[in-house]
Ligand binder design. Structure first.
Ligand code: ADP
Ligand code: ZN
Length: 626
């Protein structure tokens, strides 16, 4: 039934496959199974959507979330593909209609929730129909080792034996070796080809800053990214509401999203965000698995994520369109204890052990003084040969200084107060604070009282934290977080060893987004920002004003269409596609078809409207293509 590349072009409007897509697609069309590991935004959906169009019958796609299914179905329909979802959101009449279409052979893809698929009645239906393939999205949900175990996924283990002749593809963005193996074993894919795409997302700028005044830091960041849409993740429901309220008060269109909100409110927020009507969603982890919006320009972690897997999956929601995007983590040592407490509240000791281990790796990333991407990709077993040039460490290497003397002062102060006090008190003594408590305890008579008045309290706190992290001090979380020396502190105190530390940073927009996708087109907004630390490899591509203006006009048209048709904006065209239109200014339908993201169906549907807008907005001579 033809060439998959032609389908890629005609239906999805893309010129070339991303790495591994072609191999996976051809294998599946041939009837082979596949296990696919690709980072979020890597392009997993096409891996089963194109084979579904090439094989006879209906492809059955399993997905854990209704919202995820809905968006994929919307996007497919927009591209002219017969697709539907069969889930608990349908009323009985709609459900019957979907089943009738399934039996009539009208559907190329059917999205089903796992518990529905594995019900006896549904399996019986399928046996008579012979599906074209099974695709299991978010396949890590079947593993207890993964970070998002869903018991209803366990039943999927039977699929491989129930339908031995139907190819099965499992896809996930979770990569640690144990989970990977577990998923393959459970799904009966141990002998199936295993495709592991690179986890690198070079267009994502990774930044970690020390969390000091988080709301102010966040507002600063948003000011530095005017008009861009993004997600802010918080650890608790209450915090999401608080932060959303404060952002709204500061004039940023923001709303909270968490599992405690009524379903109607949740979909209202999600839809407004997808339609580009809402700029910022402040959310718990409940938000996002179903967010395929490609023009999310930033993801901020207001609190520490529990593990690198969820961190990377969440930041991966930014910049799916391949254009530059930001991942900002506000990191406070105090958050470690909070996350640890959450993990330790769990029931299963094995699970707790795994999760604590994962938390340590997360802290290691946040605390790293070396290229973040190297730490991250190293964790996923994909070592990077060079520094990335697009993380805070690469762009603005931390200033190192000889901290031996300061460290000695701090350690001996911890010792002098009897290793019975927390950071705040130790800093007060070092700086010679005049508090009643210090007087009552007689700590103003200690030899270390006031020896650190030269440094600010923040500087001392930062230093103490680094000493903890490097293992010179330990903090007894169970006993009011008092500080104690470790054996490692001895040689440093006695002057047998010296210590070099990085100066902590709290600025959040000191570095600018490099043209990470340097071969992609540049975005307008980033050119307006001041570039303080140009990356050595970066190049600045100025977007001419008429092009930016046309892009904004095209976005407006897209927003209107999306609202009218009640679909997410990106389902009409992605930002990358609109940027290409603004740059190329196609004037005929043929020109339009050459734009990445414009397929035959969408051309017929929207081509005229977009062409009209482009013709109405002539660019300067130079930018008109001949
Ligand atoms: P994932 O499911 O892996 O997170 P998606 O399947 O949602 O990623 O794809 C991410 C984005 O990349 C989507 O907007 C998709 O249309 C786009 N995309 C996928 N494959 C290609 C391709 N070959 N060329 C251009 N864009 C692509
Ligand atoms: Zn780097």
């Amino acid at each position: 039934m033809g060439d998959p590349a032609a389908t890629l072009r005609r239906v999805f409007g893309y010129d070339s496959f991303r790495p591994l897509q072609r191999e996976i697609i051809e294998g599946l069309i041939d009837g082979q199974d596949a296990f696919v590991l690709m980072p979020t935004g890597g392009g997993k959906s096409l891996c089963f959507q194109i084979p579904a169009l090439h094989r006879p019958g209906t492809a059955i796609v399993v997905s854990p979330l209704i919202s995820l299914m809905k968006d994929q179905v919307d996007a497919l329909r927009m591209a002219g593909v017969q697709a539907a979802a069969y889930d608990s959101a349908l009323d009985p009449h709609q459900a019957r209609h979907v089943l009738a279409r399934l039996h009539a052979g009208e559907l190329k893809l059917l999205y089903v929730a796992p518990e529905r698929l594995m019900s006896d009645s549904f399996l019986e239906r399928l046996t008579g129909l012979c599906p074209s393939l099974f695709a299991i999205d978010e396949a890590h949900c079947i593993s207890q080792w993964g970070h998002d175990f869903r018991p209803e996924y366990l039943a999927l283990a039977r699929l491989r034996t129930l339908f031995p002749n139907v190819p099965l593809i499992a896809l996930t963005a979770t990569a640690d070796a144990q989970t990977r193996q577990d998923v393959r074993r459970r799904l009966g894919l141990l002998n199936a080809p295993c495709y592991v795409a690179s986890f690198d997302r070079p267009n994502l700028r990774l930044t970690v800053v020390e969390k000091r005044k988080p709301v102010a830091q966040l507002t600063q960041f948003l000011t530095a990214h005017p008009g861009e849409a993004g997600i802010v993740y918080c650890l608790s429901r209450q915090k999401t509401e608080e932060v959303a309220k404060r952002l709204a008060a500061a004039g940023v269109p923001a709303a909270a999203y968490h599992a405690g909100l009524p379903a109607a409110r949740r979909s209202e927020v999600q839809e407004a965000f997808l339609r580009d009507d809402l700029r910022v969603v402040v959310a718990t982890v409940a938000f996002g698995m179903g967010i395929d919006k490609p023009n999310v320009r930033f993801v901020v972690h207001f609190d520490l994520p529990k593990h690198i897997e969820s961190y990377y999956q969440e930041v991966g929601r930014a910049g799916r369109d391949g254009l530059p995007a930001e991942a900002l983590l506000l990191f406070a040592y105090a958050d470690i204890a909070r996350v640890r407490a959450l993990i330790e509240a769990g029931q299963d000791p094995d699970q707790t052990r795994v999760e604590l281990h994962k938390l340590n790796a997360m802290v290691g990333f946040a605390d790293a003084q070396t290229c973040r991407r190297r730490v991250l990709l190293g964790y996923f077993g994909e070592p990077l040969e060079q520094d990335c040039g697009n993380c805070d460490i690469c762009l603005d290497p931390p200033e190192c200084y000889d901290a031996t003397l300061d460290a000695q002062k701090a350690l001996s102060c911890v010792y002098r107060v009897g290793q019975r006090f927390g950071m705040g008190h130790v800093v007060d003594v070092l700086r010679g604070a005049h508090t009643t408590r210090i007087r009552q305890l007689g700590h103003d008579r200690l030899s270390t009282y006031g020896i650190g008045s030269r440094l600010s309290a923040d500087a001392w706190l930062g230093l103490l934290r680094q000493l903890i992290h490097l293992g010179y001090l330990e903090q007894d979380i169970a006993r009011y977080s008092v500080l104690r020396l470790t054996p490692k502190a001895g040689p440093l105190l006695r002057g047998e060893k010296s210590l070099t530390l990085a100066r902590p940073r709290t600025r959040v927009f000191a570095t600018n987004r490099m043209d990470a996708a340097a071969d992609e087109e540049s975005t307008g907004s980033k050119c307006k920002r001041k570039r303080e630390h140009p990356a050595p490899t970066s190049k600045t591509v100025a977007v001419p004003a008429p092009e930016e203006a046309l892009f904004q006009t095209l976005r407006e048209l897209r927003r209107r269409i999306a609202t009218e048709q009640r679909v997410p904006a990106y389902v009409v065209f992605s930002d990358a596609t609109l940027r290409a239109m603004a740059a190329v200014r196609p004037l005929t339908e043929d020109d339009m078809l050459s734009i990445s993201g414009v397929g035959a169906y969408k051309l017929a549907k929207y081509g005229r409207e977009f062409l009209a807008v482009i013709k109405e907005n002539p660019g300067t001579e130079a930018s008109v293509q001949t």
